[in-house]
Write a protein that binds this ligand. Structure first.
Ligand SMILES: C[S@@+](CC[C@H](N)C(=O)[O-])C[C@H]1O[C@@H](n2cnc3c(N)ncnc32)[C@H](O)[C@@H]1O
Length: 292
């Protein structure tokens, strides 16, 4: 809620002004500094549409006044928390990049869950959006561990994102029915249940293994998560400036335990090397394992 001194009258969308170049640069810079997400000039309309939508809801009719409001102390921080959801892309799918899940199930997991092994596998879905990636990971880990048999291993997935609205969808774990087809068999039958005629829900046993939390990736150096077995981060760094990607990746990789796996999206970065990591998997994947 904005304070009572803030404008509250909903503006007609079309009557909101166009954004000048200087104004655009100011917003791009704010978003980049706070989230890492870089909006190139070709995506100006995405930024302007997101801002206009939110300005219309809160009754602002010029970008400069709204910009000042967003910078305005606690009130501005609360407004930013809502706005950031409108200025970030949450496009996602279950099993979005199948070769990455095949790598986890077919190569990495059998090495980690050898007969007689015990303990827990801690996975982190970074930039999880509305949860599809985290649940896909949980399905692969659950089924994979069961199929490998002779061990006593538990697993949990922590799913984080900068958007509270996206995380809420993940927590509810209910998705439109047509999206169920994204989940390949046998995972679909085992881990999803129809709910009414229009939606499906992730099974309770799997939901218990996935926890959602608000977390800004730019603060990775302060993340409480460490000694992780698996970090899965796809379609997040592609929105970041190239100069930022390497540093952020090094910081993420430092959160892995020896033998831990970092799985990125294939287009996330080129030519990344780190002396503590070795590249694993084939050409279709971009994954690194921490040396022991
Ligand atoms: C395109 S979605 C990708 C979702 C999923 N990883 C996938 O590949 O399907 C990108 C997500 O990254 C999140 N994101 C962007 N910047 C972030 C940051 N600084 N910290 C945490 N999450 C961020 C966005 O909110 C969005 O949900």
């Amino acid at each position: 809620m904005l304070s009572t001194s803030a404008p509250q009258r909903a503006m007609p969308f079309a009557s909101l002004p166009n954004m000048g170049e200087e104004e655009f640069v100011r917003w791009v810079d704010l978003l980049e500094r706070r989230t890492g997400v870089l909006v190139p000039p070709g995506r100006k309309s995405f930024l302007v549409t997101g801002l206009r939508m939110r300005m219309r809801e809160t009754g602002y009719d010029d970008f400069q006044t709204y910009f000042n409001e967003v910078l305005n102390g606690v009130r501005g921080a609360m407004e930013w928390a809502t706005l950031v959801d409108r200025l970030t892309v949450h496009e996602t799918r279950f099993f979005r990049h199948e070769p990455s899940y095949d790598l986890i199930a077919g190569e990495w997991l059998p090495e980690i869950a050898r007969p007689g092994s015990s303990g827990a596998i801690h996975a982190w879905s970074v930039g999880c959006a509305t949860g599809e990636e985290a649940y896909s990971l949980a399905m692969v880990l659950d089924r994979g561990l069961r199929s490998l048999g002779d061990h006593r291993m538990y697993f949990g997935v922590t799913a984080t994102d900068i958007s509270n609205a996206a995380l809420s969808v993940g927590r509810i774990a209910t998705y439109p029915r047509e999206r169920q087809a994204e989940i390949p068999e046998p995972f679909r039958s085992e881990y999803t249940e129809l709910q009414g005629s229009d939606s499906f829900v992730i099974s309770e046993s799997l939901r218990k293994r996935v926890g959602f939390a608000l977390f800004n990736l730019l603060e990775v150096a302060r993340a409480p998560l460490k000694q992780l077995d698996l970090i899965y981060c796809q379609n997040v760094f592609i929105y970041f400036a190239r100069e930022r990607r390497r540093k952020m990746l090094e910081a993420l990789a430092s959160r892995l335990k020896p033998g831990g796996l970092l799985v990125l999206g294939p287009g996330e970065i080129t030519g990344f090397t780190d002396p503590s990591l070795t590249r694993v998997g084939g050409r279709q994947t971009l994954a690194y394992q921490r040396l022991g």
